[in-house]
Design a protein around this ligand. Structure first.
Ligand SMILES: Nc1ncnc2c1ncn2[C@@H]1O[C@H](COP(=O)(O)OP(=O)(O)O)[C@@H](O)[C@H]1O
Ligand SMILES: [Mg+2]
Length: 456
């Protein structure tokens, strides 16, 4: 593969998303335009991609905005955003950065990983030494430029101090994917920011991660400060808002959608942002610019495929991270219709006391872990219910699942899309393996087409 230009595989792909899905979408995106659809498909079923509308997150964004405008000391200037995978944390951070930039803030958005301190450092240096910054500081560029060697020797905390000493603009630091552990990197960012809060500087920080990141913080040394952060938990979207957003987005593209189709669409998402995008994207593609209104049968035609893609991308990943017993517990609740008493679950799982009665305490650790992960919710005395309605009874595939077996072809009517072709997925996945092994960086469109035998 000689040509790398015009690659369609983006270089920075969030580690946890199902790569096959990304590839497929990038390819279909390309197909959409080649078919001459009047308006580009606005739906964005890819992790971290901005949706046509950010639905039902006004409250969080309002809080954030309040913090920006309220000045140093506002509690909204230190937020932690939690939410299950696909709930929209990354796009929310992007939106926050855009809002801050509109107000003249400098922003840094990074994932919590080994290189993130260097990344933040580089950004800070670029802000400090940019001609714009130096103009506003009324200093010659040479004077405000910190030599690269100096920069690597100073801690982030010190660099932040220098940034403000030199009159740097208000600064927003966003750290995404904080779930795994509170690494020394995250600690360095939080402590650096903390010192600036203490000094009354114009700084805001937002950390985002899975719901259990908060629990981890409690046990992380040196991070008790995190308790002071304002917690925002991103849950499922309100279905009325989802319906209205679908209506507007399709209308803007020139499509009319019948009332019952809109109802079914919204309901089928279960309020899940990612599924909302998956479904929207497929329906848009099926509509294809036709003057006929979109009806309920169109929604029905695209549902199975969207659902399956969703299961692939989300459910398997979540299930793959649970222990066997946690999975059993979740499944038992699902089998009881999504809500059950802890006693019923204990009974189903065969946990009994010496006298043969169901032993709820034996399962309490798994229950607590699932609640902490945001997958179960307490539902009144001794009862729990599923917090996210997903297909929990599905048998998980191995973590590299999507690379192992081939899902069944979708059933139902022809959706107007290319029929699902297992060999296509296999070919894509082979390339994903190569990509993971560092043998392949990006594809050119020609390469993908050639490789997959697609017609132009
Ligand atoms: N508020 C929202 N309304 C509609 N779609 C959303 C919203 N938030 C996220 N999405 C879509 O959901 C998917 C997941 O978003 P992302 O920010 O990557 O989630 P997370 O970072 O929590 O895993 C993306 O396809 C994105 O376009
Ligand atoms: Mg994300």
């Amino acid at each position: 593969m000689a040509r790398r230009a015009g690659g369609i595989l983006r270089p920075r792909i969030p580690a946890r998303i199902h790569l096959g899905v990304i590839l497929r979408y990038n390819i279909t995106q390309y197909n959409d335009t080649s078919r001459g659809t009047p308006m580009r498909n606005p739906f964005s079923p890819t992790a971290g991609f901005m949706p046509p509308q950010i639905v039902d997150r006004d409250r969080v964004l309002f809080d954030f905005e309040t913090g920006l405008e309220d000045g140093p000391g506002a509690e909204e200037r230190f937020m932690r955003v939690s939410g299950e995978r696909g709930m929209g944390k990354t796009v929310l951070l992007q939106k926050m950065c855009a809002m801050a930039e509109e107000r003249g803030w400098n922003t840094v958005l990074t994932e919590a990983n080994e290189g993130c301190i260097d990344y933040i450092r580089d950004k800070l240096l670029s802000f400090i030494s940019s001609p714009v910054a130096s103009a506003s500081l009324k200093l010659p560029v040479a004077e405000v430029t910190l030599a690269a060697e100096d920069a690597t020797r100073v801690t982030l905390r010190r660099l932040l101090e220098i940034y403000y000493e030199r009159g740097g603009a208000p600064l927003l630091l966003c750290v995404d994917e904080v779930q795994d552990s509170f690494t020394s990197e995250v600690r360095e960012v939080v402590q650096g920011a903390r010192a600036r809060f203490g000094a009354g500087d114009e700084i805001a920080i937002v950390l985002a991660g899975l719901p259990d990141m908060i629990a981890n913080a409690r046990t992380a040394r040196g991070l008790t400060f995190l308790h002071r952060a304002m917690g925002e938990d991103l849950g499922l979207l309100d279905l009325d808002r989802v319906r209205e957003s679908y209506r507007q987005t399709f209308e803007e593209g020139g499509a009319r959608v019948s009332m019952d189709a809109l109802g079914l669409l919204a309901e089928s998402t279960g309020g899940h942002p990612y599924l909302m995008q998956l479904l929207g994207r497929r329906l848009w593609r099926r509509w294809g610019g036709s003057p006929d209104p979109i009806g309920i049968e169109d929604v029905e035609a695209v549902l199975p495929e969207a659902r399956r893609a969703f299961d692939d991308a989300v459910v398997d990943v979540v299930l793959g991270e649970l222990t066997g017993r946690q999975r059993d517990y979740l499944e038992a609740v699902a089998r009881r219709g999504g809500e059950a008493s802890t006693r019923e679950v204990a009974e189903d799982l065969g946990y009994t006391d010496a006298d043969g009665s169901p032993a709820t305490t034996k399962a309490s650790a798994f229950r607590a872990a699932l609640i902490q992960k945001g997958l179960l919710k307490p539902a009144g005395r001794g009862r729990v219910r599923l917090a996210v309605t997903l297909n929990w009874t599905r048998t998980p595939r191995s973590p590299s699942m999507s690379t192992q077996d081939t899902p069944a072809a979708p059933t139902g009517e022809d959706s107007g899309e290319t029929p699902y072709d297992p060999s296509f997925e296999k070919a894509v996945l082979e390339d994903v393996r190569a990509w993971r092994a560092g043998k392949l960086e990006t594809y050119s469109l020609e390469e993908v087409e050639e490789h997959l035998g697609l017609d132009r």
